[in-house]
Design a protein around this ligand. Structure first.
Ligand code: MGD
Ligand code: MGD
Ligand code: SF4
Ligand code: MO
Length: 738
C-alpha cells in the first residue's frame, strides 16, 4: 500500500523482529500479543519447526504491557493443541452424533437452508449472536453484522447487551461529550463502581496495560482510589476508601452521593451553568436519597457514604467516576450508569477546550472534538422495533435479553436460523433452560467455534476457526481508547500454524463464502467486499485501518507497535451559542428515580435472605478455556463463595454441599469461605456447567449460575432488556451429601 503517511516512531529501543530469532534446537521465537482479554499483553511465543505453538511468555521489553501476562494467557498454547479442539467442519446427525464433512459441503448445505428460510419467511427469520471470541478477531469483528445487514435481517444480537450496554443507554439519555472524561493517569481521584480491573483487566477508563503496575504508578503520584464493591476485591484492597454495600443498590448509592454533593454545593458551577440546564431538577430528584436512608438501605455507614462524596467532589479537583459490570448487571443498572454520568457532569470531570486528548485514535479515524454537548440521541426510540417487547436497536443490534423469545414466540418474523460467532449463548444468557429450549428448537444453528461449547453441542453445523496466534490481527480497535491512554496500536501476523491436518480458516472466510452463495455482498467498515476471491485477513485489517495516521505496511513493520502521538490533539472550543445541554433528568430517569426512592426502606429478609453477586476469576474467562487441563486443575467447578460468619450462622462448613435457590431456580454446589465478601452476599461465577440434559457431575464441570436467573420482563431492565444477574435474592441451605 503506498501512502504519504509518516513512518512509525519506534515504540521501543529494541524493535528487532523476534520472529527471526532462533533459539537452541529447532525452536524459534516470535513476538505477538494475547487476544484473550482487553489486556492485549505483549508476548514472546516459542514455536516448533512446523510452526506449532509451544510456549508463551510475557514480553519484558514490551513498552506498553511491561512483561505482564496472566495464567490463562500463558497457558493459551494448550488450546491450540487440545485434543478437544474442533479442527474440521462438523455436522450433527439425527442421532446426535457429530460427523466431519468437507467445508464446501457444509457451506452449500448451510446456504441452501438459509436460502429456503429466506424464501419462506424473509430475512427476519435469520438471526445472529456474536460473543467474546468474535470481538477479539479484528478481521471479522463486524462480519456477522455485515452478513445480516446484507440479507436484510435486523436480528443481530451480541454479548454487549448482557454486559455493559447500560453505558450506551446512559450516554443515549444524558448526551455525549465528544472529548470524554478526565483520564485515569491525570486525575486526583478515580472512583470505580463495581469493577475489579486488577483481575478483569477491564473497566472503562482504567489503564489496563499491566494494571497493578499502572495503579501503583497512579497512587505514587498521589491519586486517590475509591471503590464501591460488596467484595473487598483485589482492586478494593488498594483503595483509599472502600464502600462495601449490598449488591444491587448502586442507583440508590449514587443518588445518595449526588444528594450530598448537590446539597453542599460541591459542584462545578461554571461547567453546570454552561452545559447542564437542569441541575436544580436533579437536586430535587435526589432529595429523598438522604445519606441516612441510603446507608440503611445499602448496608453501609452513613459517614462512609459522606466521606466518598467528600473525597470525590470536594477534596479532588480532577478525576472521574467509572463503573463496570457490578452495577450494570444489577437492578436499575441503566439508572446507575446515568447517575455515574451525572457525577462526572456536575463535578465537571470532563475534558475542556485546550486540554490534550491523549488517545485521539490510532486505528480509528481522528476527528475534531469540541467542548460542546451533543444532545441525547436516544437511538432506541427511532427505527425498527422488535416484535418481542418493542425494543429498539442500539448500534444496529437488538438486546440479547429477548433472543430466546424471538426464537420461541410463534408468529411472523420468528427466528428459525441462528448463526453464532465466537459466543456461547447457551452458557451466557440467563434462564439456561429457556435458552437451551430455544436453541434446540431452531431449524438451523451454526456455530463458528473452536470447542464443543454448550452452544456447539446444540449446533447443526460447527465451523472451526483459527485461534489467536494463527491469525493476523489488530487489538480490539473499536474500543481502542479504552485499551490504552496513549494512541498505541500494533499489528501481529499469524505466527503459528494450526495443528497438522486441521481444516480451519480465519472466521471471515465463512461469512464471505455464505454471502457469495446467497448472492449478497458484505460491507466491511464502509467498503463493499466484491470480487470473486475472498479477501485476505491483511486486506480486511488494512481496510479497517485505512483512516489511521500511519500506513498499514508501516504498522506491519513495527512488531512492538507504535505510539502515534507526533501531532498532539487538543479539545477544540465549543460553539458558545450552542443550545445543547446535558439532560440530567429526562422523564424516564425521573420516574425510575422516584420508584427507587419510594422503595428505599430496607426490605424484610423473607425467604431469600442473601444476595447473589457477579464476579470474575483470574484464571478463567467466562466459559472459554474451562475444559483445558491447566485451568481445570485450578478451577474444576464453581463453588458458592460465602462470608465465613454467614457460613457459621447457617451451619455450613468448607466444602459442604449447599443448595442455592432463587425465585427462579435452584442449583446444588459446594461452599467455599471467602472473607473478602461482606455478610449477606454470596457469589457464584458464570461460565461453568454443561447442558441441563447431560447429567454431568458438578465436581467435574460446575454448574450454570444462569439456571438461577430469569428473562421475564420483571427481571430485566427497560430499553436494553438487560437481564438482572447481580443483586439477586437467594437462599443458601446446607443439603445432604450425595
Ligand atoms: N450469570 C452471568 N452471566 C453472564 C455474565 C455474568 O457475569 N454472570 N457475564 C456476561 C458477560 S460480561 C459476557 S461478555 C457474556 C459472555 O458471552 P459469550 O461471549 O457468548 O461467552 P463466552 O463464554 O465468552 O464464549 C466465547 C466463545 O468463543 C470461543 N472462542 C474462543 N476463541 C475463539 C476464536 O479465536 N474464534 C472464535 N470464533 N471463537 C473463539 C470460545 O470457545 C467460547 O465458546 O456472558 C454474560 N453472562
Ligand atoms: N480473568 C478474567 N478477566 C475477564 C473476564 C473473565 O471472565 N475472567 N471477563 C471479561 C469480561 S467479558 C468482562 S465484561 C470484564 C468485566 O470486568 P469487571 O466488571 O471488572 O468484572 P469483575 O472482575 O467481575 O468485577 C465486578 C465487580 O463488581 C462487584 N459487584 C457485583 N455486584 C455488584 C453490585 O451490585 N454493585 C457493585 N458496586 N459492585 C458489584 C463484584 O464483587 C466484582 O468485584 O472482564 C473481562 N475480563
Ligand atoms: S491479561 Fe492474560 S488473558 Fe488478558 S491479554 Fe494479558 S495474558 Fe492475555
Ligand atoms: Mo463481558
Amino acid at each position: 500500500m503506498s501512502s504519504p503517511k509518516p513512518s512509525p516512531k519506534p515504540n521501543t529501543q529494541s524493535t528487532d523482529r523476534a520472529a527471526d530469532r532462533s533459539v537452541p534446537g529447532s525452536e524459534r521465537e516470535a513476538l505477538s500479543f494475547c487476544r484473550l482479554c482487553m489486556g492485549h499483553c505483549g508476548v514472546v511465543a516459542t514455536l516448533d519447526e512446523a510452526g506449532g505453538l509451544l510456549r508463551i511468555r510475557g514480553d519484558h521489553d514490551d513498552p506498553q504491557t511491561l512483561g505482564y501476562a496472566c495464567f490463562k494467557g500463558l497457558n493459551a498454547p494448550e488450546a491450540h493443541r487440545s485434543p478437544d479442539r474442533v479442527l474440521t467442519p462438523r455436522k450433527r446427525m439425527p442421532d446426535g452424533r457429530f460427523v466431519e464433512l468437507p467445508l464446501e459441503v457444509a457451506l452449500d448445505e448451510i446456504a441452501a437452508k438459509l436460502a429456503a428460510i429466506l424464501a419462506e419467511d424473509g430475512p427476519e427469520a435469520i438471526g445472529g449472536y456474536k460473543g467474546g471470541g468474535a470481538f477479539f478477531t479484528s478481521s471479522s469483528l463486524k462480519m456477522l453484522n455485515a452478513f445480516l445487514e446484507a440479507i436484510g435481517s435486523p436480528k443481530a444480537f451480541s454479548s454487549v447487551t448482557i454486559d455493559q450496554s447500560a453505558k450506551a443507554v446512559a450516554v443515549g439519555r444524558i448526551g455525549i461529550w465528544p472529548p470524554g472524561r478526565t483520564p485515569f493517569h491525570r486525575g486526583d481521584v478515580f472512583l470505580i463502581v463495581g469493577g475489579n480491573p486488577l483481575v478483569s483487566v477491564s473497566t472503562n477508563g482504567f489503564d489496563t496495560r499491566n494494571p497493578l503496575k499502572r495503579l501503583k504508578e497512579a497512587k505514587a503520584r498521589g491519586m486517590k482510589l475509591i471503590v464501591i464493591d460488596p467484595r473487598r476485591s483485589e482492586t478494593a484492597k488498594h483503595a483509599d476508601l472502600h464502600l462495601q454495600p449490598l449488591p444491587g443498590e448502586d442507583a440508590a448509592i449514587l443518588a445518595g452521593l449526588l444528594h450530598v454533593i448537590l446539597e453542599r454545593g460541591w459542584i462545578d458551577r461554571d461547567f453546570c451553568d454552561r452545559h447542564a440546564d437542569d441541575v436544580e431538577a436533579l437536586r430535587r430528584a435526589v432529595a429523598g436519597f438522604t445519606p441516612k436512608a441510603v446507608a440503611a438501605r445499602a448496608g453501609v455507614a452513613e459517614a462512609e457514604l459522606v466521606a466518598v462524596a467528600e473525597l470525590f467532589a470536594r477534596e479532588s479537583r480532577t478525576g472521574a467516576a467509572t463503573s463496570a459490570t457490578g452495577p450494570d448487571m444489577s437492578p436499575h443498572g441503566n439508572l446507575a450508569e446515568h447517575l455515574v454520568e451525572c457525577l462526572n457532569v456536575v463535578c465537571g470531570r470532563l475534558l475542556r477546550a485546550g486540554d490534550r486528548i491523549d488517545h485521539p485514535g490510532a486505528i480509528g479515524a481522528r476527528y475534531p472534538r469540541k467542548a460542546e454537548v451533543m444532545p441525547a440521541p436516544r437511538w432506541w426510540e427511532k427505527g425498527y422495533k422488535s416484535r418481542v417487547g418493542a425494543f429498539g436497536r442500539m448500534d444496529g443490534e437488538l438486546p440479547t435479553g429477548i433472543l430466546a423469545d424471538e426464537i420461541l414466540m410463534p408468529g411472523k418474523g420468528r427466528v428459525r436460523a441462528l448463526l453464532v460467532h465466537g459466543g456461547n449463548p447457551a452458557s451466557a444468557i440467563p434462564d439456561t433452560k429457556k435458552v437451551v429450549r430455544a436453541l434446540e428448537s431452531l431449524e438451523l444453528l451454526v456455530a463458528i467455534e473452536p470447542f464443543m461449547s454448550m452452544t456447539a453441542e446444540l449446533a447443526h453445523y460447527i465451523l472451526p476457526p483459527t485461534l489467536q496466534y494463527e491469525r493476523a490481527d489488530l487489538p480490539l480497535f473499536i474500543y481502542e481508547n479504552l485499551l490504552s491512554p496513549v494512541p498505541f496500536t500494533r499489528y501481529t501476523p499469524a505466527i503459528a500454524s494450526p495443528p497438522p491436518g486441521a481444516k480451519v480458516c480465519d472466521d471471515h472466510l465463512y461469512f464471505w463464502e455464505l454471502a457469495k452463495r446467497l448472492g449478497v455482498r458484505l460491507n466491511h467498515f464502509g467498503v463493499e467486499l466484491g470480487g470473486d476471491r475472498p479477501p485476505t485477513t491483511d486486506e480486511l485489517l488494512a481496510i479497517a485501518a485505512r483512516h489511521a495516521p500511519i500506513a498499514f505496511d508501516a504498522l506491519q513493520a513495527a512488531p512492538r507497535g507504535v505510539v502515534l502521538d507526533d501531532e498532539p490533539v487538543f479539545v477544540e472550543p465549543g460553539d458558545p451559542d450552542s443550545p445543547h445541554r446535558f439532560s440530567l433528568v429526562p422523564p424516564d430517569v425521573a420516574a425510575e428515580l422516584a420508584s427507587v426512592a419510594a422503595g428505599l426502606a430496607p426490605g424484610a429478609a423473607g425467604d431469600f435472605p442473601y444476595r447473589l453477586a457477579v464476579r470474575r476469576l483470574r484464571d478463567g474467562l467466562n466459559s472459554a478455556g474451562l475444559s483445558l487441563p491447566s485451568i481445570r486443575k485450578r478451577l474444576p467447578f464453581n463453588p458458592v463463595y460465602m462470608n465465613p460468619e454467614d457460613m457459621a450462622a447457617e451451619g455450613i462448613g468448607e466444602g459442604h454441599r449447599v443448595a442455592v435457590a432463587s425465585a427462579h431456580g435452584r442449583v446444588e454446589v459446594r461452599a467455599e469461605a471467602d472473607p473478602s465478601l461482606r455478610r449477606g452476599v454470596v457469589s457464584l461465577v458464570h461460565g461453568f456447567g454443561q447442558l441441563p440434559s447431560r447429567s454431568a457431575a458438578y465436581e467435574e464441570w460446575g454448574v450454570a449460575v444462569n439456571l438461577l436467573l430469569s428473562l421475564e420482563p420483571g427481571s430485566r431492565e427497560t430499553i436494553n432488556a438487560m437481564p438482572r444477574m447481580s443483586g439477586i435474592a437467594v437462599a443458601v441451605r446446607r443439603c445432604e451429601e450425595r
